[in-house]
Design a protein around this ligand. Structure first.
Ligand SMILES: NC(=O)C1=CN([C@@H]2O[C@H](COP(=O)(O)OP(=O)(O)OC[C@H]3O[C@@H](n4cnc5c(N)ncnc54)[C@H](OP(=O)(O)O)[C@@H]3O)[C@@H](O)[C@H]2O)[C@@H](O)CC1
Ligand SMILES: [K+]
Length: 441
């Protein structure tokens, strides 16, 4: 059975005179029409053109085309002539790969190879056909082959057979064309989304919103008034982001021993962020040390934060250590967005020490301490140049003067505040508490 099909595919179409039972020329034409429909697969035709062509074919088939072909009954099948296959079977048409010298494996594999399963050679020879579609065609071919085993078929039966085949082929082409059309549409829409994302990222990168001092303070108040966040809540999340930025910039894996981190905390909430970060860093596996020259004794929140550190045996001192050698980083949590004027004691000295050569890389929290919230680096006195900055909630205007690694933290801003202040915040990846900002935010 397989040999006959293979022969039928490989041999050219028999001429009406070459066989004693040759079909009439109308049959030959019908068979050629089927060949044209079935064997267009090696051509590269755009999906839309294919769809239109298939629709036209279907329309041309008229009423018959709209009806589903009736499956041949067993008795009808028995009446079908054996030799008809020679006329109906399409001739072998070389694929592009074959024209290039590639010899495809036979379409039907031997029964020992799994009875009709598609061989690798075949898939290479006809790359334009999907495996599913091919399998479908193979089983249809086998059905046809079985039908053609029987000795005789009348003229009407032949015509009916040709019609049924035409309809089936046209329907299959239509379905295939629709599938390709849908796929093309999907790809087009994916392309549009990608383009939109790139555009959005470009717009955001070009005009990221930087808050002035008034706005920064207003956003802080709004967070507590409207969504009702407590200072403790905000500080906890802000401090966690700071710890994450340290851990990301100075990964534990790079050190043979617990890396030491020095955190310098100011008198306000920026200092509070530093205290929280020290606790998280301890739990992350770092060895933090806190310098807290002006502890806030009036607010229980700050008293608690210091107690929590003491219970973890994290040292909290009033002054800087003699040497900062051995620390992987210094966290500057001295002043935030409420800083103004010239730096007063004892922080002026501290800042001077931090600008001395040989100081470990500085990571500033929200604002590089000593910088004007809007104008940036000071024109007089010690000018801190941090390597890393982590802006909280949204970057402030001074960040425009910063050229190092820039993170955003404080993942708690609700859409109402984003809208009200026209913030352009990037999405935080996954469960991350920080997101790195592009150089020109
Ligand atoms: N929603 C948010 O955005 C969130 C914000 N959070 C964080 O809060 C930070 C803002 O905190 P903040 O308002 O307490 O002010 P901040 O800058 O830390 O310190 C002010 C202190 O500095 C002092 N001081 C001022 N100028 C000085 C000078 N020239 N020389 C010397 N000292 C000077 C002044 O002391 P005083 O003059 O009163 O003695 C005052 O007490 C913000 O940046 C962010 O980190 C997160 O915790 C939660 C979410
Ligand atoms: K700071």
């Amino acid at each position: 059975m397989e040999a006959s099909v293979r022969r039928a595919r490989e041999e050219p179409l028999a001429s009406p005179n070459s066989s004693p039972r040759a079909p009439e020329s109308s049959h030959l034409e019908a068979a050629q029409a089927i060949q044209r429909l079935v064997y267009v697969r090696d051509e590269v035709v755009p999906a839309r053109e294919k769809l239109i062509a298939a629709r036209r074919t279907n329309e041309a088939l008229g009423e018959v085309g709209r009806r589903r072909p009736r499956p041949a009954s067993a008795s009808e099948v028995r009446q079908l002539p054996n030799a008809t296959m020679g006329a109906f079977a399409p001739p072998h048409m070389p694929s592009t790969a074959e024209q290039d010298g590639f010899r495809p494996k036979p379409i039907y594999s031997s029964p020992s190879a799994g009875g009709g399963r598609i061989g690798k050679g075949h898939m290479r020879a006809m790359p334009t056909l999907g495996a599913k579609r091919l399998a479908k065609e193979l089983s249809a071919g086998r059905r046809m082959e079985e039908q053609l085993k029987e000795p005789e078929r009348t003229q009407e039966q032949r015509m009916e057979f040709v019609k049924a085949l035409r309809i089936r082929v046209a329907q299959e082409k239509l379905v295939e064309s629709q599938r390709r059309e849908e796929q093309a549409l999907r790809w087009r829409s994916i392309g549009c989304f990608c383009l939109f994302d790139v555009r959005a990222a470009f717009v955001q990168g070009a005009c990221g919103r930087l808050l002035n001092q008034k706005e920064a303070i207003a956003v802080d108040e709004e967070l507590m008034a409207s969504p009702g966040f407590s200072v403790d809540q905000l500080m906890e999340l802000a401090g966690l982001s700071v710890a994450c930025a340290v851990a990301t910039s100075f990964p534990l894996a790079q050190y043979s021993e617990k890396p030491q981190v020095l955190l310098i905390c100011g008198p306000g909430n920026n200092g509070g962020d530093g205290l929280v970060a020290a606790r998280h860093l301890h739990h992350f596996g770092y060895s933090p040390r806190v310098v807290y020259p002006k502890p806030n004794q009036k607010q229980q929140l700050f008293v608690n934060l210091v107690t929590q550190l003491s219970q973890l045996s994290v040292p909290v001192d009033a002054t800087l250590p003699e040497s900062m050698e051995g620390y992987c980083s210094v966290v500057d949590a001295i002043f935030g967005f409420s800083f103004s004027g010239a730096v007063r004691a004892p922080f002026d000295d501290i800042l001077r020490r931090l600008t001395a050569p040989g100081t470990p890389p500085v990571l500033s929290v929200d604002i590089p301490s000593g910088w004007d919230v809007e104008q940036g680096p000071p024109t007089e006195g010690a000018c801190l140049q941090p390597s890393i900055l982590i802006s909280l909630t949204a970057p402030k205007m001074c960040a425009a003067h910063f050229t190092g690694k820039h993170f955003l933290g404080g993942r708690f801003v609700p859409p109402s505040i984003v809208e009200k202040y026209a913030l352009r915040l990037p999405a935080y990846p996954g469960m991350s508490q920080i997101v790195e900002l592009p150089a020109k935010f």
